[in-house]
Design a protein around this ligand. Sequence first.
Ligand SMILES: CC(C)(COP(=O)(O)OP(=O)(O)OC[C@H]1O[C@@H](n2cnc3c(N)ncnc32)[C@H](O)[C@@H]1OP(=O)(O)O)[C@@H](O)C(=O)NCCC(=O)NCCS
Length: 240
Amino acid sequence: MAGVATLRTITPFGHALLLPPAPATTPGAPEVSLYVEPQWRRRGIGSRLLATVREQTAEPRLVADVAEGTPGEAFCQRHGFRHTRSRRHDLLTYCDVHRAWLGELVDAEHPGYRLTHWTGDLPNAPRVEELLRSPSRPGNAVLTAADANGDLAAYAVAVVGALFEPRARQYGPAVLPDHRGQQLGRWVNAALIQRLREVHPHVNEIETAAAEDDPHLLAVREHLGFRFLRRTHLYELALP
Ligand SMILES: CC(C)(COP(=O)(O)OP(=O)(O)OC[C@H]1O[C@@H](n2cnc3c(N)ncnc32)[C@H](O)[C@@H]1OP(=O)(O)O)[C@@H](O)C(=O)NCCC(=O)NCCS
């Protein structure tokens, strides 16, 4: 096999549902991902794969997430993709997390707020409140939320990959506007890190991405032990 193209719907947690929303990227646009083996590159295979994807989709837009300064970026520019925004990816490794310290963060009082958890498989268009009302069951997602008298205040989600894959992906934390300034983001994120390990003990690292211009979110993650992994650029292609 010389190359492969995949098209997948972006988990809406990464875009539409997280606050603040990501206005530069069309919510729900599927993500195209192309890979050509190095020895087969620059022979037009990537272009043919993209042309085939374009022929077979009725979607008005495609999104691609490519590492900065790579052939993927040159390829996107060559094919008329528009750069919409940059994302910073961070990684947390469980062996760098001091469990007692994490436990203290989770157990800290946040008067008026309560932590809840949900586990299961994410439906196609997840709504956080509905998930929290539904019973937990075995699945690839863990959702941790803080609520004030039943009103959702903050949440964070982690999704594990294929069976026994050690790296999970995290979306959030997101704090709803009326509840900001009380460190709820840090609280739900710490609780998610703790819970994820209990539910999926094989997970030993968590990758997460954020817009570069979200210093508050980046500060929360850094405090919890996430470290810079790589930078990617989101590109969008409008289809005729
Ligand atoms: C990106 C990728 C799929 C391109 O595959 P490819 O088969 O080499 O692509 P093509 O031969 O069709 O290239 C088409 C054009 O893209 C541009 N391009 C591709 N690779 C490039 C490179 N390394 N440097 C500069 N321009 C490049 C060129 O304009 C090229 O046309 P040219 O060869 O006539 O100059 C391949 O490099 C790859 O698998 N990269 C790793 C995965 C990745 O980044 N995917 C992101 C795309 S969603």
